[in-house]
Design a protein around this ligand. Structure first.
Ligand code: GDP
Length: 447
């Protein structure tokens, strides 16, 4: 196995270590590799950024869910081993909670072990919190990054800082961009196994089955259009169960796990049935997850009116019921006879690329100026709202940060207006877009 430089995530409970960890490995957590000698190998993952890779370990995870133990016994042995092995430590603290005695204790431990440390002040996602970060300077680490693991903010800067320590040691990422994690979700009998079999059954090379992270999850990879496409947890899909209320519920929790590990979600619906409560629940999770989404209406072969108009009407019906997924394309397919299954995969791959895309800041700002001039933001609670400039702060999914005047807020409808303009202008079909605002206290020139 390649040797990747290791970065250890350290911090007291609840500061957001595992969120941070998930941000690093993102939807590729499925590709966590085996590490002999460690029982909880899930806490290690490969992180990829700007064509380079390194390895991350969540030392909180090494405490086996018993993180509180840190309070009595200090850091566990495994966690210590991971820290010693690490080239760099991300020492995570909580901006909302402020500096605690345990933070100071951990800081002392890290200093004694003479590790290279970046202090990560997490949960910085609201105005005023940047200021509260200053008290952590007392810990005495001069490399400081501010993040919101929850909202994906500050990660470009953090990555740059990490690379300033270990960049030279990180091998090039040869596979990362090639692999697409796809989740096929839907309620029982929607046709998920049939679709998986159809995808595997055609002339596509089966690359590998990857025994996954949960005991019975099996990911299957295929080569498609020169890329590696991983179908997440096909074992779960294939597990047959009698279909009662319990299984219906189980299908929702299974979908949640699959969604969490994917970049793009194929939401499979049954054309012969309306959208039921389970479909809506699964769709809701897909929408909230920040993944790319495509809706596939299956069993087209059973539909009486298979004219163009019939298809259009069916698509419209589904769209009306899934308003909160208005950014997701809807495709009518038949898993059984293969109709449009290749098109479905093609679109899913295209969505994955858009999901990861970054847009140009200068183009974004000239468009922002145009959009806000054409339709200025309505006053919020009597206050004028000014948009100074914006920038994309994250991708996968894209997050845009807009700098506004102090105390200003957008109404939901205006936020949606901007999101829709961004989606059209930069071709983000199938991709959820998040907007966050930050205050710019004094007027500054647009960049
Ligand atoms: P799952 O529970 O979502 O995995 O659903 P299955 O793949 O087991 O499919 C449930 C039933 O629907 C099976 O009897 C399939 O043969 C049938 N089915 C799945 N897809 C199609 C389709 O496109 N057309 C037709 N006619 N039947 C389908």
């Amino acid at each position: 196995m390649r040797q990747l430089p290791l970065v250890a995530i350290v911090g007291r409970p609840n500061v957001g270590k595992s969120r941070l960890f998930n941000r690093f490995c993102g939807y590729r957590k499925a590709l966590v590799h085996d590490r002999p000698g460690l029982t909880r190998d899930r806490q290690y993952a490969t992180a990829r950024w700007e064509g380079k890779q390194f390895e991350v370990v969540d030392t909180g995870g090494l405490l086996g869910g018993d993180e509180e133990r840190i309070l009595e016994k200090g850091i566990g042995d495994q966690a210590f081993a991971a820290i010693d092995e690490a080239r760099l430590v991300l020492f995570v603290v909580d901006a909302r909670a402020g500096l605690t005695p345990l933070d100071e204790e951990l800081g002392a431990v890290l200093r004694r072990r003479r590790k290279q440390v970046i202090l990560v002040v997490n949960k910085v996602d609201g105005p005023g919190q940047e200021a509260s970060a200053t008290e952590f300077h007392r810990l005495g680490f001069d490399q400081v990054s501010l993040t919101s693991a929850e909202h994906g903010l500050g990660f470009d800067e953090l990555h740059e800082r990490i690379f300033s320590f270990i960049g030279d040691l990180c091998p090039a990422d040869t596979e990362g961009e090639e692999n697409v994690q796809l989740a096929i979700v839907g309620r029982p009998n929607a046709g998920k196994s049939t679709l998986v079999n159809r995808i595997l059954g055609e002339d596509r090379v089966l690359v590998s089955s990857i025994p996954g992270t949960t005991r019975d999850a099996v990911d299957v990879s295929i080569a498609f259009r020169g890329r590696q496409v991983t179908l997440v947890d096909t074992a779960g899909i294939r597990k047959k169960a009698r279909i009662g209320d319990a299984e219906e519920k189980l299908s929702v929790s299974m979908a949640i796990k699959q969604i969490e590990r994917s970049a793009v979600v194929i939401l499979l619906l049954d054309a012969t049935k309306g959208i039921g409560a389970q479909d809506a629940a699964i769709a809701g999770h897909a929408a909230r997850s920040g993944r790319g989404v495509i809706v596939a209406v299956n069993k087209w072969d059973l539909v009486a009116d298979r004219s163009h108009r019939g298809a259009r009407e069916l698509v419209q019906q589904m769209k009306d019921r899934l308003r909160f997924l208005d950014y997701a394309p809807v495709l009518v397919i038949s898993a059984l006879d293969g109709t449009r299954v290749v098109k479905l995969l093609d679109q899913a791959l295209a969505i994955e690329e858009r999901w990861r895309a970054r847009v140009s800041t200068s183009r974004l700002n000239s468009l922002l100026e145009k959009w806000t001039t054409e339709k200025p933001p309505p006053r919020h609670r009597g206050r004028a709202v000014k948009v100074y400039y914006g920038t994309q702060v994250a991708s996968g999914p894209p997050v845009f940060k807009l700098f506004v005047n102090s105390g200003a807020r957008f109404y939901f409808s205006y936020e949606r207006y901007l999101v829709n303009r961004i989606r059209e202008a930069f071709d983000f079909e199938g991709v959820p877009i998040r907007l966050v605002t930050a205050e710019r206290k004094q007027r500054r020139a647009r960049r």
